[in-house]
Design a protein around this ligand. Structure first.
Ligand SMILES: [Mg+2]
Ligand SMILES: [Zn+2]
Length: 193
């Protein structure tokens, strides 16, 4: 069947790695209260579609607010549970969340663009990077994806083109896909898969 989802046949899976703040939900800066978390429009439909195409959905997020003392790991867990509650009406589900709790000064290996959390996810879920993708809203998402050989997609919301152009120039990042919203980014990933 033309255009049918193609899943790896060797027991490995492919993943759609997604950033959280600014990608799935508005970035409310050190957000603590789960009941304030809402998905961007189109996220539920897009994730549902990606799952139909055989992608595991894995969220990898930097949450330095934990080490900074702004919120706890339990707060973060509650936000992640809330995201999946919000996704349920769309028959979509984030299969796993991985977060870095450290501040940048700690210089850990798990904070993006570090790749440790992605490697852990790959072991836990038998993910093959070569057939996987990442969607994020920052240069560090693209950088992590490049280090792992993922297809990279950058969401640049309308009005953010200038600041993103500056970040792209400063950090020398080159996403394979640029889209004005999450749904469009995912559609472009699926078109390549
Ligand atoms: Mg982000
Ligand atoms: Zn870390």
């Amino acid at each position: 069947m033309a255009g049918a989802p193609r899943a790896p046949e060797d027991g490995t899976a492919r993943a759609l790695f997604v950033d959280r703040d600014g990608t799935l939900n508005p970035d409310l800066h050190y957000l603590r209260e789960a009941d304030r978390v809402e998905l961007y429009r189109g996220v539920g439909e897009a994730l549902s579609l990606a799952q139909e195409h055989g992608y595991r959905i894995i969220c990898v997020t930097n949450q330095s607010g934990i080490e900074r003392g702004f919120y706890t790991a339990a707060d973060v867990d509650a936000i992640h549970a809330r995201l999946n509650t919000r996704l349920a009406p769309f028959r979509a589900h984030i299969d796993a969340f991985y977060y870095c709790p450290h501040a940048p000064e700690t210089r850990c290996d798990c904070r993006k663009p570090g790749t440790l959390l992605f490697e852990r996810a790959a072991r836990d879920h038998r993910i093959e990077f070569a057939t996987s993708a990442i969607v994020g809203d920052r240069g560090l998402d693209v950088q992590a994806g490049d280090r792992l050989g993922l297809l990279t997609a950058l969401v640049v919301p309308p009005g953010h083109e200038e600041s993103m152009r500056a970040e792209v120039a400063r950090e020398g990042i080159r996403p394979a896909i640029e889209a004005s919203g999450f749904r469009l980014a995912v559609l472009r990933v699926l078109a390549r898969g």
